[in-house]
Design a binder for this molecule. Structure first.
Ligand code: G1P
Length: 297
């Protein structure tokens, strides 16, 4: 019988140098879109997909992340005293049950594949999810939930997939498409960060993965790939070579690259406009500046 996916790995060891000086003291994953840290979006998506165990692969200087998921008794007591139930609920949503969360350190920045491999003992011999919190996806049905539902019918490895302009291929893992069936893509190969003219398609891997424990075994080899790093893409591609199924899933929704400043700003605007309490004032401000800009042309 195929096993339900209940564990997810969140690789959060990156230094976040693109966001210096902020990331000098604040982990990138704690930076907020409106009023919620990036990591909260990832956790909510995982919960919606039925994840019960949350494994963070961290590094030095990420202590604020652990505090974020801890209970905050003094703050909670204060809010209770003041009868601020709405804020209390928001706060409670950030709490994790004891035992549901684990932190493991990646001691050296050897690549995404290596970060995932670091969680190997906590995963054991079962399928698991990986969520890259930099990729924030706004969708009616959360992306990972969509993928888990598709996985029930098509067990194997599955990656979220999205079309990107060919000239951007070198920023992504790119799929070699064997066959398509609705949103499901049967994958015949995967290349990490190919040059545009060598990309097998314009279908890119986005940071949501459902993986079998075989991928962890492939990572045991510690083979380096693009950029001299141990790549998750290569460990998944090895599954194709072993003739085990790998799928791409064209998810419905909008993905924001919150690993880049422009993507982060776009996400801030989009999530701000989605909020009832902010939409009107933000929209009228945006309209004003667009008008001013147009007039200046
Ligand atoms: C990682 C993966 C890449 C994937 C991308 C999605 O790259 O290695 O295959 O397409 O995430 O965001 P990174 O952005 O960490 O360089």
């Amino acid at each position: 019988m195929k096993k339900k996916i209940t564990k997810a790995i969140f690789p959060v060891a990156g230094l976040g140098t693109r966001f210096l000086p902020a990331t000098k003291s604040v982990p990138k994953e704690i930076m907020t879109l409106v009023d919620r840290p990036l990591i909260q979006y990832a956790i909510d998506e995982a919960r919606a997909a039925g994840i019960k165990e949350f494994i963070f692969v961290t590094s030095r200087g990420k202590g604020a992340l652990e505090d974020y998921f801890d209970h905050a008794p003094v703050l909670e007591q204060e809010l209770r005293k003041k009868n601020k139930t709405e804020l209390l609920d928001i706060l409670k949503n950030t709490n994790m049950d004891s035992g549901a969360i684990a932190y493991i350190r990646q001691h050296k920045a050897l690549g995404l594949g290596h970060a995932v491999w670091c969680a190997k003992r906590l995963i054991g011999n079962e399928p698991f999810a990986v969520i890259l919190p930099d990729d924030v996806i706004a969708a009616e049905k959360p992306c990972l939930q969509e993928m888990v539902e598709a996985y029930e019918e098509n067990p194997g490895c599955m990656v979220a997939a999205m079309e990107v302009p060919k000239e951007k291929a070198s920023a992504y893992g790119i799929l070699d498409v064997k066959a398509e069936n609705g949103p499901m893509v049967s994958v015949g190969g995967m290349v990490e960060k190919p040059e545009a003219d060598k990309a097998p398609s314009n279908l890119a891997v986005i940071g949501r993965y459902l993986l079998t424990p075989d991928v962890l075994r492939n990572l045991n080899k510690m083979k380096t790939g693009a950029g001299g790093e141990i790549q998750l893409t290569d460990a998944i591609a090895a599954e194709i070579e072993a003739e085990r199924p790998v799928y791409g899933y064209r998810f419905a929704g909008q993905r924001f690259d919150c690993g880049s400043k422009a993507g982060f700003l776009q996400a801030t605007v989009a999530f701000g406009l989605a909020r009832d309490d902010l939409r009107d004032s933000l929209m009228s401000y945006l309209q004003d500046i667009v008008h001013v800009d147009k007039a200046a042309e």
